[in-house]
Design a protein around this ligand. Structure first.
Ligand SMILES: *[C@@H]1O[C@H](CO)[C@@H](O)[C@H](O)[C@H]1NC(C)=O
Ligand SMILES: *[C@@H]1O[C@H](CO)[C@@H](O)[C@H](O)[C@H]1NC(C)=O
Ligand SMILES: *[C@@H]1O[C@H](CO)[C@@H](O)[C@H](O)[C@H]1NC(C)=O
Ligand SMILES: *[C@@H]1O[C@H](CO)[C@@H](O)[C@H](O)[C@H]1NC(C)=O
Length: 542
């Protein structure tokens, strides 16, 4: 037995080894880049970022990165030539929507004695992606306390493989404070994810304040576990300032039991089903649609993205079949349960049409045989065959199968000695895996962090560094799949975002130079032992 354990250990340790890489370590890997062997020395005091357009959002990004470029404070020596990073953006539009260009180029070269540093992008959001990449070109030497850009000249031409690159979070199962949601948005932007899919409510709680239905938050976990309208607006605006769309999800008809705290009459009655979380709204009551319409109207003012997620997943048909009122209504309308679901979904479509929102739902109604309008986006959690059927029907798909961060074994049959190594499964899952025709209708994907056992206490360590693998598959060229090379880049990237406050751990044995080791912790009040006390303690143990 011991022998097998050792063999297994050995296999798990050698199965993925970092490959030495010469050149800049950038994550996600850019589409194309070249580099040389020169060095440009940088100094914080003589470094400037300039843009050719006026944009508050871009200015914010510049202010942020002016700090993020130099996480270890002022560097030495101070007599370096002045360096200016020039940002040239074609459009000053600040509108962030799906399909906005995030393309950019970076060039870093010496012309005579002067560094020439340039970012060119179509949009300010492309410039934001470029700033993040640029930050990864800067290296810090702790010994000499100096910054430099090695591997000069560097030329990067980069663009995302997919326009929809998301992280889904769940505040229905656990309330996550607003400030931490902003932290999550930052972590998305660092890895070039551009969509925060916010599954706001679920069966367990309804944490969002509504202008027209103030008592809907009776369904929250408590009076402090509520997002006010101002909180939600702040999140959306914060997302914009990092180039991250915030897509809300208010899940109906199932996963909506929390709605019934304020409106007890609207649920299907299914006493046989003990899983309250899954209880659906009744499709037979005009009051239910009226309620959804009011909530969606309020929320669509706050969540300005053109897309709106109405859930639609895991409708327990038996709950509708076994409720005598609903069963009677279905008979009167000559509806099968699927037709009742179709009727329900059609009402939701009408509501969202009225709000000029494009509907996003999980693939379930489609799988159940409902007709889904072609402008809908279907989020596929099931498998590649389902994704293939969706795109064959001419409907856009975002994929999440194989990317469930809550699962110990995200791919059946794959086990790892270390939980963190599930990143290998996420990395192996090409977003198109299995989809062979109509591939252009797969517009991206999302990793899903369901919240049953996750809140802000353990969010970072559950999501990072594993989501880096997914972010790269959604951004980089389809042929960037080598796990050993990925490991070489992901580990320093994990360290890089750790220095920005994301608790992203290591993937293999190495050293991560953390600013917090030198500044933050040393400012904590701590009663240090004197040498004398240490000696006494040792002696006392003899
Ligand atoms: C971004 O660049 C790629 C590759 O050159 C190109 O196919 C794509 O159309 C560009 N995207 C936009 C929005 O301009
Ligand atoms: C919530 O408010 C609505 C009116 O908007 C009212 O009809 C309903 O009874 C209230 N619910 C509770 C539990 O007070
Ligand atoms: C009820 O629906 C079935 C199948 O959809 C259809 O064949 C039948 O004509 C309908 N009956 C009425 C009374 O509408
Ligand atoms: C990936 O590699 C295959 C095989 O070499 C090639 O046909 C394909 O064009 C490559 N894809 C991209 C996006 O470069």
């Amino acid at each position: 037995m011991l022998y097998y354990t050792l063999v297994f250990l050995f296999i798990s340790l050698v199965s993925c080894q970092p490959t030495p890489i010469s050149g800049p370590l950038i994550t996600p890997l850019p589409q194309t880049y070249t580099f040389g062997s020169g060095v440009i020395r940088l100094n914080t005091g003589f470094f400037d970022i300039a843009a050719n357009i006026e944009s508050d959002l871009l200015n914010n990004a510049i202010l942020r990165y002016q700090k993020l470029f130099f996480p270890f404070g002022v560097g030495y020596p101070t007599n370096n030539p002045i360096a200016t990073l020039n940002i040239k953006v074609s459009s000053d539009s600040e509108i962030l929507q799906l399909y906005v260009s995030e393309n950019y180029t970076i060039s870093v070269e010496m012309v005579g004695q002067s560094p020439q540093l340039e970012i060119i992008a179509d949009t300010i959001f492309g410039a934001m992606r470029a700033l993040e990449t640029f930050s990864q070109l800067i290296s810090y030497d702790a010994q000499s306390q100096s910054y430099s850009i090695p591997f000069v000249p560097i030329y990067i031409d980069d663009f995302p493989r997919f326009p929809w690159r998301g992280l889904q979070i769940d505040t229905g199962r656990h309330f996550i404070p607003t400030s931490f949601l902003m932290h999550i948005i930052e972590s998305c932007a660092y890895s070039k994810l551009n969509t925060l899919h916010w599954h706001v409510s679920d069966g367990e709680s309804f944490p969002a304040e509504s202008k027209s239905l103030p008592n809907i938050t009776l369904g929250a976990f408590g009076p402090l576990a509520i997002y006010t309208i101002a909180d939600m607006e702040e999140i959306v605006a914060y997302g914009l300032s990092w180039g991250v769309r915030v897509l809300p999800e208010f899940d109906v008809p199932a996963h909506s039991f929390s709605w019934s705290t304020a409106f007890p009459g609207i649920m299907a009655n299914c006493p046989g089903d003990s899983d309250l979380d899954g209880w659906p709204l009744s499709p037979a009551l005009p009051e239910a649609y009226d309620l959804i319409s009011k909530i969606y109207t309020d929320m669509s003012e706050i969540f300005i993205d053109k897309y709106f997620h109405s859930g639609g997943d895991e409708l327990p048909y038996a709950c509708w079949d076994n409720d005598p009122v609903i069963a009677n209504w279905m008979t009167q309308n000559n509806f099968s349960t699927t037709q009742a679901e179709q009727y329900f979904e059609d009402q939701i479509t009408n509501i969202l049409d009225g709000l000029q929102k494009t509907k996003v739902i999980w693939h379930d109604p489609f799988a159940n045989g409902c007709e889904v309008r072609k402008d809908t986006v279907l989020q596929v959690w099931d498998n590649a065959q389902m994704a293939q059927q969706v795109v064959n029907a001419g409907i856009r798909a975002i994929v999440s199968y194989d990317w469930y961060l809550d699962m110990q074994i995200p791919v059946p049959g794959h086990t790892h000695y270390e939980y963190e190594d599930t990143w290998l499964d996420f990395y192996a899952a090409d977003p198109l895996m299995g989809v062979t025709t109509n591939t252009e209708l797969v517009i991206g994907g999302e990793s899903c962090m369901w919240g049953e056992q996750v809140d802000h206490r353990n969010f970072d360590v559950r999501v990072w560094p594993r989501t880096i693998a997914i972010a790269e598959r959604l951004w980089s060229n389809e042929n960037v799949t080598d796990t050993n090379k990925a490991l070489t880049r992901f580990d320093p990237f994990s360290c890089h975002i750790s220095n920005r406050g994301i608790n992203s751990g290591p993937l293999y044995p190495d050293y991560c130079l953390l600013t917090s080791d030198f500044s933050q912790y040393s400012h904590q009040p701590r009663f240090k032992l004197t040498k004398e006390q240490i000696k006494n303690i040792y002696n006392s143990q003899k």
